[in-house]
Design a protein around this ligand. Sequence first.
Ligand code: 2AL
Length: 175
Amino acid sequence: MGIRVINSMDFGEFVDILGNIIEKCPLIAAAIWSQRPFKDLADLEKHVFDFIEALPQSGKEGILRCHPDLAGRELQQGTLTPESQREQRGAGLSSLGLEERRRLSQLNGAYKTRFGFPFVIAARLSDKATILRELERRLDNQPAQELSTALDEVRKICHLRLEDILQSLEDPAKL
Ligand code: 2AL
């Protein structure tokens, strides 16, 4: 069982494997390592989510700011983390037309100006049309509501990344 393997990992392995379950925030994996053993994926996830929930607003916003823009410069330059790259490509963001890319870039800019952090959505549960629609819709949210919505998306991304890790540990051929 994948969770047994995770529970047996030393600190270095744990952070290597789980360091990006929250994008570019290995500190979170580092912080929950000492809370092993975890019963299952849901239990591990709860420790991650409790850690995030306990952060002050600046910490929560910091997590959002660690996320790359959708179809932004890092996607064009190939410098996304492997997880992000897969997610963004899966949502069709690596093959946008010029007009779609311009529209997304314009909305991303307006969103950042309004809320002070990048628009975050679980790309694997979406597609380019839904992403554009959601970006437009969420621009009308109040800041407190939007912070909470964006963190829900971070939790969805984390859940999917953790599922992948557990699956690959159970079936190393998928690594
Ligand atoms: C991302 C990303 O890189 N992967 C994903 O699901 N969402 N970024 C974002 N700004 O939403």
